[in-house]
Design a protein around this ligand. Structure first.
Ligand code: NI
Length: 249
């Protein structure tokens, strides 16, 4: 069930059978010469949308802007600063919890978001801790590539040239969902360099075309479809586990 295609009364009814909501979260940032700017928010959205076709989960609108300051040297990238991201995640959670959601599950598509999402969770729990009361809802963060079986499948599909940014696995997922938006280029070098991540000008100087350690030419829509299927199944299992967690009295 997709929240943005539902009515308030349908959400109210959903709450009588589940208190869990899934929020795809990512980043809008350059992904090399052939990767879509939306890659990091499209991947969790695609996976969650696929999962809700076979499982009774509610998927919220995608939180599609995240921690991308290091990609701002490339046109099209949009970033929040960490303090803004933390504040916005807090308001999303408070809004959903106010309706009765007790488990808020973030399916993440951008490694650079992890530290700040965890900090946002800590802020929300701290509000309760400092006032000596229960929070009343809990949050979970999961990167889509850490869902059951996904990493192993990606390692089999891409034994070399996977890298860490503009990877063939994430690009394959978008190719499967948006075949009309597949781009091609001649990569030089074929496998991009690796190194640290610092500010935007430093990033562009180190990684001329935006990739890190990857060979996106390895991506195919078929491989993307395999990844989406594995991830969607893993998501339903992981959301079920989270939903079944009971807070001690
Ligand atoms: Ni990415």
């Amino acid at each position: 069930m997709l929240l943005h295609l539902s009515t308030w009364s349908e959400v109210e009814t959903f709450l009588t059978r589940s208190k869990t909501v899934v929020v795809p979260i990512g980043s809008n940032e350059q992904h090399g010469p052939t990767g879509l700017l939306g890659t990091d928010w499209l991947c969790p959205e695609i996976i969650a949308t696929e999962a809700q076709k076979s499982g009774d989960i509610l998927v919220a609108p995608t939180f599609n802007i995240g921690m991308a300051q290091h990609h701002l040297g490339f046109p099209g990238t949009i970033s929040l600063r960490p303090s803004t991201f933390i504040a916005a995640i807090g308001d999303w959670c408070r809004s959903l919890a106010g309706h009765g959601f007790e488990k808020i599950y973030f399916l993440n598509g951008h490694g650079g978001n992890v530290a700040t999402i965890e900090a946002a969770f800590s802020e929300l729990y701290a509000e309760a801790s400092f006032s000596g009361r229960r929070r009343g809802f809990s949050m979970k963060l999961k990167n889509w590539w850490e869902l059951k079986g996904v990493m192993a499948l990606a390692n089999r599909q891409f034994p070399v040239g996977h890298g860490s940014h503009a990877t063939p696995s994430e690009i394959a997922v978008t190719q499967w969902a948006y075949p009309d938006a597949i781009k091609t280029a001649n990569y030089a070098p074929q496998i991009a360099p690796t190194g640290p991540i610092r500010e935007a000008l430093d990033f562009r100087a180190r990684y001329a075309d935006g990739r890190m350690g990857s060979d996106p030419a390895l991506a195919t829509p078929e491989k993307g479809g395999e990844l989406v299927k594995m991830a969607a199944e893993g998501l339903l299992l992981d959301v079920a586990d989270f939903s079944a967690e009971v807070a001690p009295a």
